[in-house]
Ligand binder design. Structure first.
Ligand code: NAD
Length: 307
């Protein structure tokens, strides 16, 4: 069995690493935050105190980090970067959401070292990661894909090989444009319903029964903001980061995306009003706050309140 290194044990990385451990693999863990690392050790991971230790212990190294700058530093450019000690035959799989330029840079840097690279960003919610039900968008060679497949099958239920290196990251930006923009659309729709004084359950009856329906409204929101749960999940800060990646990548391709730009600015406003650390479904409360409206919530006993 290959030995696995896992760097970045946050809201997503911790359950993902834990699901690999449950599958019987030895997983060597590293995070800059001691409590996150400790949680992974409590779930059966092996503690590493540096990136160099991860590289020394592992055949496949997974990164699940916040943003492009940190991914570049940890894998390629930092004083103790993975690639400064990695050897030919090892494989790095970055599962973070980053810019296409970052993924391309990392892929090229890996080739120079004889290290295989796969980009495999993650779709769906943190709750899916907890249950091993994530969806993965994979970019990489056929050999690289086959090598990481057993690990992806432990962490998720739907796995798509989207193309060569970089195709996973690019597919993720296409997906997240829609998935995140719907939060602002839903926030505006439900704030209007609140302004009209409409009953929430009756409004949802209609929205769930027409083409207005979307995954955020039907799957994510009843368990989160509509049940008054603002704990992230996926933060407004990270959603803003992803929409910024979309807008910048679209600009670099000369693709115009006015809705993405508008949605990104709605998230900018949410951050400036202090909502950045809350779950991205809390865009509903930002919109209601701005318009001095009562934020809609499911009543106790509502058929839409998860059991
Ligand atoms: P998070 O902030 O909860 O976790 C990131 C972890 O990385 C933290 O534990 C942090 O301490 C660690 N870290 C930061 N810098 C580090 C470094 N230099 N070395 C080692 N560890 C370091 O974020 P998250 O919600 O787990 O998201 C991680 C990535 O996955 C992001 O790119 C995000 O956009 C993406 N993503 C998140 C979700 C979600 O629902 N939360 C879903 C899909 C994709």
């Amino acid at each position: 069995m290959e030995k696995i290194g896992f760097i970045g044990l946050g809201r997503m990385g911790l359950p993902m690493a834990s699901n690999i451990i449950k599958g019987g693999y030895s997983v060597f863990c590293y995070d800059v935050v001691a409590s996150q690392l400790q949680a992974a050790i409590a779930n059966g991971g092996h503690k590493c105190s540096s990136i160099a230790e991860i590289v020394a212990q592992s055949d496949i190294i997974i990164t699940m980090l916040p943003n492009s700058a940190i991914v570049r530093e940890v894998i390629a450019t930092g004083a103790e970067a993975l690639l400064s000690t990695a050897k030919s035959g090892q494989l790095i799989m970055d599962m973070s959401t980053v810019s296409p330029e970052t993924t391309d840079f990392i892929a090229t840097s890996c080739v120079e070292k004889g290290v295989e690279f796969v980009d495999a960003p993650v779709g769906r919610l943190a709750s899916h990661a907890d249950n091993g039900q994530s969806l993965f968008m994979v970019g990489g060679s056929k050999d690289g894909y086959q090598r990481v497949l057993p690990l992806l099958e432990l962490m998720g239920s739907d796995i798509y090989h989207c193309g060569a290196q970089g195709a996973g990251t690019r597919t993720k930006l296409v997906n997240n444009f829609l998935a995140i923009s719907y939060c602002q659309m839903n926030a505006e729709a439900l704030s209007l319903a609140s302004g009209f004084g409409l009953d929430l359950d009756s409004t949802l009856d209609v929205l769930y029964g027409t083409t207005a329906v979307n995954g955020q409204l039907k799957i994510a929101w009843p368990a989160k903001i509509l049940s008054d749960d603002k704990a992230p999940g996926f933060t407004i800060d990270l959603a803003h980061k992803d929409l910024s990646l979309v807008v910048e990548a679209a600009n670099s391709q000369r693709v115009s995306m006015p809705m993405a730009a508008a949605a990104r600015e709605a998230f900018s406003l949410a951050r400036s009003r202090g909502f950045g650390g809350e779950d991205f479904s809390a865009m509903l409360d930002v919109q209601c706050d701005l318009n001095q409206l009562k934020p809609p919530r499911l009543a106790t006993g509502s058929k839409y309140k998860p059991g």
